[in-house]
Design a binder for this molecule. Sequence first.
Ligand SMILES: *Cc1c(COP(=O)(O)O)cnc(C)c1O
Length: 395
Amino acid sequence: MNLESLDKKYVLSTYARNYTNFTHGRGSKLYDENGREYIDFAAGIAVNSVGHANPVLTEAICKQAGQIIHISNLQVIEPQAKLAQRIVELSGYDMAVFFANSGAEANEGAIKIARKYGETRFEKKRYKVITLEHSFHGRTITTVKATGQESFHSPNFSPYPAGFSYEKSIADVYDAIDDETVAVLVELVQGEGGVAPFDKVEIQKLASFLKEKDILLIVDEVQTGVYRTGEFLASNLYEIEPDVITLAKGLGGGVPIGAVMTRHKDIFVPGDHGSTFGGNYLSCAAGLAVLEILSKLYDKGLLHEVLIHFESKLKGVVQKYPQLFEQEVGLGLMRGLRAKDGQIVSKILSQSMEEGVVILKAGRNTVRFLPSLTITKEEIDEGFERFERALDSLL
Ligand SMILES: *Cc1c(COP(=O)(O)O)cnc(C)c1O
């Protein structure tokens, strides 16, 4: 049976899959079973933050696997404590961390922190969480309900947990707050929703208003975190001090890991929350290696150089193809091209694949780029040459 038939027969159908069979990669280059090379501008949806087969990450994972992969959270786990320390140091916030295995799980943890805060810190219980339209927070029953897109709230999976509502804009959040509101949950740059950054001043104003009202600001940095926007956290870039921050995608460089961190370091007591796999030796060793690689890149100014280069390439595309694109959007290496016609985005994706460059879609009409943060200028230039060839063939 060929791979496509095997997949269709034995794997539950939840994705509109592409059937190119990638067998290996190196940096931002991917190779399929026929030895064809692709430039990877998707990085496994912002997960492969240090590229494919990164030697430092590979060595860290192999070394850890040869010693101990997993114990349980009933024992202290050295790389877990060290990774928590490193995350807190790099963030600049006085926080403590809980480790999970995915973005949705990290957000579940954040919502539990908010719920407990609302139950224990006020005379009248607070439990409502406000999120934004076009947001994306995960696929569990709770995080899908926290996601501000009606299309995600299919009656097939109802009933959903109560207490979530969605606002069109940051300005609308103020009026939506009542005496049962415990938290506001936002992505500073909406990823799945269309690579849309919120305005920095608007976010800063909201943050100080929430602080005044003792309402928690939860920032979902599952996609924006770990240098994706050019700083360690988008919260650093926006110069705010959230109460709770969640991380996942880029943190393990491809090894599953999620994290929720909060300045309310005493909110949980033993028994409140837990995870069998979360924070095990393997994922935390991977996280430590990723942070070592990326913090060096950042400190040397190399990350900044690469993202400036990427941005200039995108601006070039908008100038060269005004009939296709309105503008370039996003921050750092979380980027998009807003297409004039949403219909053409899927064609651009499949044609790019034909030309040997992997890209993504976001929202209704955005071509999305989430390259590895270690991508080289040569790989960027080659990728854009192929991308433009794909665009030329569509004109
Ligand atoms: C991807 C993503 C999630 C969900 O992460 P999973 O690891 O798929 O559970 C949550 N929030 C944001 C902002 C994301 O981009």
